[in-house]
Design a protein around this ligand. Sequence first.
Ligand code: FES
Ligand SMILES: [Fe+2]
Length: 436
Amino acid sequence: MMKQPARSFVDMQSGEISREIFVDETIYRQEQERIFARAWVYVGHETQIPNTGDFFLSRMGEESVIVTRDASKRVRVLLNTCRHRGMRVCRYDEGNSNAFQCPYHGWTYAVDGKLLGVQKYDRIYEPPFDKARWGLIEAAKIANFRSTIWATWDAEAPPFEEYLGEAKFALDIGFCSWDAGESGTEVLGSVQKWIIPANWKIVAENFAGDVLHNISHRSVDLVGLGPNDKAGRRDDPGRGALAACPEGHGIIYTVAAASPERADYSASPATAAYFKRCWERRLAKMGDQAGVSATVGTIFPNMSFHAQQPRTILVAHPSGPHHTEMWRWYLVDKQAPPEVKQFLRSYYMRYSGPAGLTEQDDMENWKYATNASRGAVARRYPYNYKAGMGPPRRDPLVPGSTDGAFTERNARALYNRWADYMDATTWSDLRGLRSE
Ligand code: FES
Ligand SMILES: [Fe+2]
């Protein structure tokens, strides 16, 4: 347990945050308890498990979970550890099965987590123990929001939409289909996974609202790897608007005129035609608000997304204070023609993931920043988060907006909430601490 309150590392008045929270082992251990065992965390996308018996392995903090679709088509999130002696009951990344048999001593569990079979159960357990009490541990609550699946271990956690607060608007406009309809998105291929030598929070912070780091992507901007024939990385025209949520989430919106000339994918005529059709429908449905994009954001603690183009989800799984396992999902409209999906697939991979040029720029920064902050002398000096300490500015089109794009308000909101989680012992304490 930490010797001093987490709040003492995060000074909201001065905008200074101690480097200890990015490098210290004790702080890292407490994060597992106080953040990842309590917050709502993203575990996957429902199109990864369309059929009964489908499963994929995910993580909640450091821990492995199996996300399954049971016989009644219900999604389950189960802790991947045998109740007998702790062995992982599932060691495949994804697949379909009607049961999970533990390879150690053979206990067998149904896809809903129930303990079905125990070796020599009738002969050696006298009296027999109650199998109903020894199923796989299940998440306390699960939520499905526009096909994204979330879970929490804490039965006292608020309902998911309350947890999102005003960030709900970002997921609503970001994860519907491109025409703002209900046909939804699907995951393209499998999740890309890789490890970086950096603390997980530096990743969460970057996507929560760090616009000033765009200078790192100068060369990528010049190359022009975006979906158009022009220079640039993305298709997000317009002015920036930040939303710093008291729940710890941070979003970078871009706001453009809701004009009919929006879609421009000149590199692929079929893609351009598809997005033009979608844009016309989106415009008719959303009016002025169609011009608002949830370009980049982080849902506290570690789910980050791009929801314009590219459209991807990144989870920064903590793997020790100095390592993070990065998982990236790529999303496309379920109903998009194959040519559009193929076009986006190659664009997404140019942009993100271990081979993506933009991601590589970011990873260089995170890796060297973590390493250079670990030294006995370096860690005495706090980081500076002082940009935009003045009163917030609201954008009428963006719920929860607090600013133009060039401040560090979103990062401060994330660490403010981080300190709340680390110091509060229950969810009712956390509710009481919520302040803007
Ligand atoms: S550890 Fe799973 S059956 Fe023994
Ligand atoms: Fe970046």
